[in-house]
Design a protein around this ligand. Structure first.
Ligand SMILES: N[C@@H](CCC(=O)N[C@@H](CS)C(=O)NCC(=O)O)C(=O)O
Length: 218
């Protein structure tokens, strides 16, 4: 049994879509467990006992805990190769993992500087500077992902099939809206995300999380 701990709009959207793909391909289901970050449920002692980092996503597979998106994606792909969540061929797989790691360890923490500057500095002026600099850097990162979309060999980042990279790319553009970056400034990336949102497993995750795709406010 797979229990999946997630929070709406968070990076847990990535394994959420992966689990939906697996369900559609193999019939293997999962138990969604909503974690309300705004109510600090991830800081509750019961949650911290499972994941001391106090973060989503988290999988509990037959009672065993797995955290970190890169590891979760690797596990989900290996446990259901027919879902095609990552390429099987060694070089293509390494390239895909390279992009996944970039999303997870570079793009994602840069957004955290904009969204949670208090994690990086104590005084208000320093937080404002962390946020400003983070936003400039995040804009550059979104442009780099836009270039990946342009270079994609098909409608998805890896070609004809949806992989774990796609829901991450969607999440990062959506977060751009929260960072004050208008997705209309990246029309190709925006169109790719809109097409992605129409795919059944992605639409199912969006519906469960009740997500609005474009959260940019003019
Ligand atoms: N490197 C972690 C990042 C997880 C992460 O940053 N999760 C965020 C949501 S997007 C979270 O739980 N934030 C709450 C907090 O850190 O207090 C992973 O890959 O799972």
């Amino acid at each position: 049994m797979i229990e999946f701990y997630f929070s709406p709009g968070a990076c847990s959207f990535v394994p959420h879509v992966a689990l939906e793909v697996i369900q559609s391909v193999s019939g293997r289901g999962f138990e969604p467990r909503l974690v309300k970050l705004h109510r600090a449920e991830h800081r509750a002692p019961e949650y911290l006992a499972l994941n001391p980092e106090g973060q989503v996503p988290m999988l509990v597979v037959d009672g065993k805990v797995l955290t970190q998106i890169v590891a979760i994606c690797e596990y989900l792909d290996l446990s259901c190769p027919e879902a095609g969540l990552l390429p099987a061929e060694p070089w293509a797989r390494a390239q895909a993992l390279s992009t996944l790691a970039y999303f997870n360890n570079t793009a994602h923490p840069t957004f955290s500087h904009v969204f949670m500057p208090h994690k990086f500095a104590d005084d208000e002026a320093a937080q404002a500077e962390v946020k400003r600099a983070g936003r400039v850097r995040y804009q550059e990162i979104l442009k780099r992902i836009d270039a990946l979309v342009a270079a994609a060999p098909g409608p998805f980042l890896l070609g004809e099939r949806l992989s774990v990279l796609d829901p991450y790319a969607l999440t990062l553009l959506r977060w751009g809206g929260l960072a004050g970056i208008d997705p209309d400034s990246l029309p190709r990336y925006k169109a790719y995300v809109e097409h992605l949102a129409q795919q059944a497993p992605v639409a199912a995750a969006i519906e469960r999380e009740r997500l609005q795709l474009n959260v940019f406010k003019k």
